[in-house]
Each structure stands twice: as C-alpha cells, then as structure tokens.
Design a protein around this ligand. Structure first.
Ligand code: GDP
Ligand code: GDP
Length: 443
C-alpha cells in the first residue's frame, strides 16, 4: 500500500529543506552511512499521530529548464499538483509575500488537491502578525511555523494529516503475482523494454487500471509466472505523444516503487547513471524493494572483451548501496537479452521472499563470529546471543545482543556479507536489526 505523498513547494531559501529535515523520520538503519543514499535526498518518511506519509522536496528534483526561479517554481507546483496527495506551500514570514509566491498561489488555487500554507521563520510569538498578510494568497489559514526552532510543526502536521485522502488505497492483487516497477529517465527505453518484454511468445497481456490515479498496470504471464508491470500508462502507446521532459515525474516513479516487489532500474548505456537515478534507486533500496539494473541500448556501445566489466564497475561505484542488484546488458531495440530480464525479475523476487531456517542461520552466525570477533567498547565486547529471521520482502534479521551500542556499522556490513555468501539473497536488500537482550542463564 502506498503512503500518502506530501509535496513541499516554495521559493529557494524559505526553509523547505530545514522543514523537511525536521519532520523527516531519523532512520536507524544500516544503510545510513552508505554513500549516495543519505546526501541530498528528495524524499523522507514522516509520521504524525500514527499516520505515515512520504514527503517530497520538489526543490530537490532536477528540472531541465532555464534556471529562473519563477519557472522552477511553476514546475514544482505543477508536479505537486499532479502527483501529491497534499501540498505544503512554504513562504517566508520575514520577507513577506513576493510576486513568485503570488504566482504559485494562483496556480495552487486552481487545484483540487488540499494545500496547506506554512509561513516559516515566525521565530517569536510577537511575530504572529507577520502571518496575516498571507491570507491574501487565498489559500486559507496560514500556519505560522519556525522550522529552524521546530515551532508550530504540530499545528502544521495536524493540518496535513487532516487532508489525507479518506480511505487509503488498498491493493487487491493476487499473492503469486510479481509486481514490477520500470524506472528510468525519459528516453532510456522503458517503453521499448516493456513492449519487448510483453511481446515475447506465449504471453497473455491485459490492462487493468491501477489503484493510483491514471495508473494503468499491465498484467502478463510468462512460463506460468504472473507479472504485473506497474503504471505502464504511456509506456505502451504505439506512437507516443511528445511529452515535455518535465512530465517525467519522480513522484510517479516513487509511487510505482511503493507498489512494487521488484524495481527494474533502466539506465541508458551511453548516458550512464544520473543523479535522478541515484535518488530513485536510493528510495527503492530504503523501501526494501528487490532490484535489477538494466543497461539498455547496449547495441550502441562499441565493445571489447572488457566493456561490460568496466560498465559494471562504474555502476557499482555510482550506486554503491546496490551492490546486490544484478546488472543485465541488453537492447530493447534488437531484443538481445530481453528474455533474461523476466528471468532475473523472477529470480530476485524469490530471493526477496526467501526464509532461512533459524538453526542454519545461527550456525552461519557462529562461524562468522569465530572468524571475526565482534567489536569492543567501554571495556566490553559485543556478544551476539542469537539471530532470527523476522520477515521477508525484504529479508529481515534480528540479532539479540548484550549491548546494541557496541555494534558497529562495519561489523553489520560484515554480517550482511556473510549472510549473502551463505544464502545468496541476490537482488534484495537485507534489513539487519540489533536488539538488546538480557543475558541468558546459559550464555
Ligand atoms: P530552502 O532553500 O527553501 O530549502 O531553504 P533552507 O531550508 O535551506 O533554509 C534557508 C535559510 O533559512 C537557512 O539559512 C536556514 O537556516 C534559514 N531558516 C530555515 N528555517 C528558519 C526559521 O524557522 N527561522 C529562521 N530565522 N531562519 C530559518
Ligand atoms: P522511454 O521514454 O524511457 O519510454 O523510452 P522509449 O522506449 O520511448 O525509447 C526512447 C528512444 O530510444 C526511442 O527512439 C527508441 O527507439 C530508442 N531505444 C530504446 N531502446 C533502444 C535500444 O536498445 N537501442 C537503441 N539503439 N535505441 C533504443
């Protein structure tokens, strides 16, 4: 089920990122220190009164346009209006409303989406007056906040949560269907790939409207396995209508990832990994989705015996957190290796869903600890009593220890590597959780 999406729009320097970081949930996760995941993120999960949501910083989304503030803001607002469930429009209480603010307000007044107007930098009680002029924007009651001082955020979040769509979308999909999100920049060849995949022999295709607005999902069966390609609206049209670049919606991609089991990350062989790819791949990783990296247009690359090796190295260093994702080099145009994609999707979906027996897991753990003793600190050594697999999709392991603070990131990496060496888990992220536990009598 996808969480509601809250888009934050506003001029540069009004305090969007500050707000974003204040509301965003600090994760305790082994991926935190991974290069590329944390820096410069455009999305973050938040929670208020038990309601979860995903925030998008539209300012962080690259938009290929002349670099004028106003046109940037228009693009942001349009994106938010199309894709978000709730829009938070941030203005600066210190500078007052500017022309750009008014322009965006004008656009936002035309949307059916709920808009919450946040007047930031209202740092002191006696500045409350500053918020009144923003009633002129015609967007209802402005909420005065100070993002930097975390003031007024409760009121803001009350307003945001109150505007969430009443019934969360529930996905009624059969258990044995593998849900796949095809992600990538415009023109990397997503449509061509989707068409090539479903164009294979012995395939039964049906279009079923997805649960998200305007989403069309493509269902097909291949060798007895059912697949669902998420939100292929626009990907399967024969003659695609010319779409302006800004129509490529990161938000739409993130929603597709939310609904997926497996993410097909499509990269253009000539272009390589882009910043946008990194952000979306980071999201998929953190969301615990399985992943296959597709390098498309391989027919255009002049190759020698080491070309794919060099490519893989480059991809591994750009997408450092996706070491586990298999890479496939193909051409959607010539259909070279296209059947391999379907096989890999099925394979990583199985890995994503794999359960390891507790006894076997603890044997591996015992061996790992024997090779490389756990770290020490404060004159104590970390002791790992026991591990168990608590969940699948992604496989989640809980380690019961004497003192969780003694666990190092690097040691978790070591344990993760041992798990992968022993069990595979190709294509899926793993979640490792460390829990304190009183020493057992016999321990
Ligand atoms: P963005 O460009 O909209 O993402 O804005 P930033 O979050 O980067 O903030 C721009 C500047 O405003 C920074 O110097 C922040 O420290 C400052 N700022 C953010 N929130 C507040 C606030 O509540 N009060 C004051 N006085 N300054 C703030
Ligand atoms: P999308 O925007 O990601 O859906 O990309 P399209 O599938 O529409 O492809 C964009 C352009 O790249 C089209 O002109 C395709 O014919 C071309 N293209 C797609 N896949 C390949 C490929 O494997 N090799 C070559 N040479 N061109 C491709």
């Amino acid at each position: 089920m996808s969480k509601p999406i809250v888009a934050i729009v506003g001029r540069p320097n009004v305090g969007k990122s500050t707000l974003f970081n204040k509301i965003g949930k600090k994760r305790v996760s082994i991926v935190e220190d991974m290069p590329g995941v944390t820096r410069d993120r455009i999305y973050m999960d938040g929670e208020w009164l038990g309601k979860e949501f995903t925030m998008i910083d539209t300012g962080g989304i690259e938009i290929e346009t002349e670099d004028k503030i106003l046109s940037q803001m228009r693009h942001q607002a349009r994106l938010a209006m199309e894709e978000a469930d709730v829009i938070v429009f941030v203005v600066d209480g210190k500078t007052g409303a500017t022309n750009a603010d008014e322009e965006v307000a004008h656009m936002l007044r035309g949307t059916r989406k709920p808009v919450v107007l946040a007047v930031n930098k209202v740092d002191h009680i006696n500045q409350e007056l500053a918020i009144y002029e923003f009633y002129n924007l015609g967007l209802g009651d402005p909420v005065g906040i100070s993002a930097a001082n975390a003031m007024g955020l409760g009121d803001l979040l009350d307003a945001v949560v109150a505007s969430f769509p009443a019934d969360a979308e529930t996905e009624a999909v059969e258990e044995d269907v593998i849900k796949v999100a095809v992600i990538g920049r415009p023109n990397v060849g997503k449509s061509s790939l989707v068409n090539a995949m479903i164009g294979e022999d012995r395939v039964i295709v049906s279009d079923i409207p997805g649960t998200t607005r305007d989403a069309i999902d493509t269902h097909f069966t291949k060798d007895g396995q059912k697949f669902m390609l998420i939100d292929t609206a626009g990907m399967r049209r024969k003659a695609k209508i010319e779409m302006p670049v800004e129509r490529y919606s990161v938000v739409r991609a993130l929603r597709a990832v939310d609904r997926a089991d497996v993410v097909l990350m499509v990269i253009d062989a000539e272009e390589g990994v882009t910043e946008q790819d990194k952000k979306i791949a980071g999201y998929a990783h953190e969301a615990g989705r399985a992943c296959v990296i597709v390098v498309n247009k391989w027919d255009l690359v002049e190759k020698d015996s080491k070309t794919s090796l060099r490519y893989t190295e480059a991809i591994r260093s750009e997408l450092a957190f996706l070491q586990y994702a298999p890479v496939v080099y193909l051409s959607a145009l010539t259909k070279q290796r296209v059947p391999r994609v379907t096989e890999l999707v099925k394979y990583v979906a199985e890995q994503h869903n794999m359960r390891v027996k507790t006894s076997v897991l603890n044997q591996v753990l015992e061996d790992a600890v024997a090779i490389n003793p756990p770290p020490t600190g404060h004159g104590k050594r970390l002791r790992i009593y026991f591990a168990t697999q608590a969940d699948v999709q992604p496989p989640t392991f809980v380690f019961f220890v004497n003192e969780a603070e003694l666990m190092h990131f690097s040691y978790l990496r070591f344990l993760e590597n041992r798990l992968r060496e022993s069990f595979g888990f190709e294509g899926t992220p793993l979640k490792l959780v460390v829990r304190n536990r009183k020493e057992k009598e016999d321990a």
